[in-house]
Structure formats: structure tokens, C-alpha cells
Unconditional design. Structure first.
Length: 177
């Protein structure tokens, strides 16, 4: 083998070794930063819907309607318990509070031991004088694994799921689903 080939091979091995070390250092940094972050977080997002409060309330609290506009499978497991299947993954949910057209609280059931997260969503409905409704979702969430805590805060964002939820709800209300 010519000398330049050996040198090129050695340079490539050093480069690949450096890449592997950099990836491992990045994972270690994510773990250490995630370990320093609290398990619990709270985030809030509001949106104004140009629909009456009773219609918005039904879209969120009526499981067959909810299943339709969210585009997920929902299976009723009891009067205040259901299973959502999102991207093939089951998540058991529970209703913990219901004040008609005003406040609705759901939480991820403790039966979901396979999940790396948990918590609750608090929905608050405020009817406006113009007939619209402001919905505020407050997430009191928990992320158990340190690397996932880091990813959920810095890459994914605590409001991403709520934002997608509200966009889908807006579309469903506009389409009259």
C-alpha cells in the first residue's frame, strides 16, 4: 500500500474517532444539563376561537368528536378514563375536573409506566362579548429521564404539543366538524 494511502486511512480514522468523541460529549452534556433541570415544568398557551364556548367545549370534551378532529384513535375505558393511541403508542388519560363551559382538567394516568413523561392539562374557557372563546391550556408536566428533559425543553419545546392541538382545533371549528 502506498504511503499516502496509509496516511489518508490514518487521517480518516482520527476524524471518525473525533466525531464519535464529539457525539459522546454532546450526549453527556445533554444528560448533565437535563439532570440539573427540574422534573416538573409548567407552560401555558392561549388561543382565541371565533366560536361560542359551548361548541368549543364540546369539541374538546366529547370523546367521539375529539377523536375525529385530533385524528387519533380514542377508546373509552370508563366514565372518566380513555385510551388515546397516537402513532401506535397507547396513552391512558383521565378526567380529573369538569366545570361545564369553564374548566376541564385531564391527566396522564399513573397506569402509563412505560412513558417517560406525565402530568396534566388544565383547560380554561373564557367566552368573549363578541361570541368568541379564549381557551387557555396550562400544562403541569413532568419529564422523568434527564436527556428527554433536555430535548423537551431545548429542541422540542414545552408548548409544541399544545400549539399543534390548538391549530387542529381551529381547523376543525372552521370546517364545522
Amino acid at each position: 500500500m502506498p504511503g499516502w494511502c496509509k496516511q489518508t486511512k490514518h487521517t480518516m480514522e482520527l476524524f471518525l474517532g473525533g466525531v464519535v468523541v464529539a457525539i459522546l460529549v454532546f450526549i453527556l452534556v445533554m444528560y448533565l444539563m437535563g439532570k440539573r433541570m427540574p422534573v416538573s415544568h409548567t407552560s401555558t398557551l392561549s388561543h382565541k376561537f371565533f366560536a361560542p364556548v359551548d361548541k368549543v367545549w364540546k369539541m374538546i370534551t366529547d370523546l367521539p368528536t375529539y377523536s375525529n378532529w385530533r385524528g387519533i384513535k380514542v377508546e373509552q375505558m370508563g366514565p372518566k378514563k380513555w385510551k388515546e393511541t397516537v402513532q401506535g403508542k397507547p396513552v391512558i388519560m383521565e378526567e380529573t375536573e369538569r366545570v361545564e363551559n369553564s374548566r376541564y382538567v385531564t391527566r396522564i394516568s399513573n397506569e402509563n409506566r412505560h412513558l417517560q413523561y406525565g402530568g396534566q392539562w388544565v383547560f380554561e374557557f373564557v367566552p368573549e362579548k363578541d361570541g368568541s372563546t379564549v381557551v387557555t391550556i396550562t400544562e403541569n408536566g413532568e419529564v422523568y429521564q434527564p436527556i428527554m428533559r433536555f430535548i423537551s425543553k431545548y429542541f422540542y419545546g414545552h408548548n409544541t404539543t399544545k400549539r399543534i392541538y390548538l391549530v387542529k382545533l381551529e381547523k376543525a371549528l372552521q370546517e364545522g366538524k
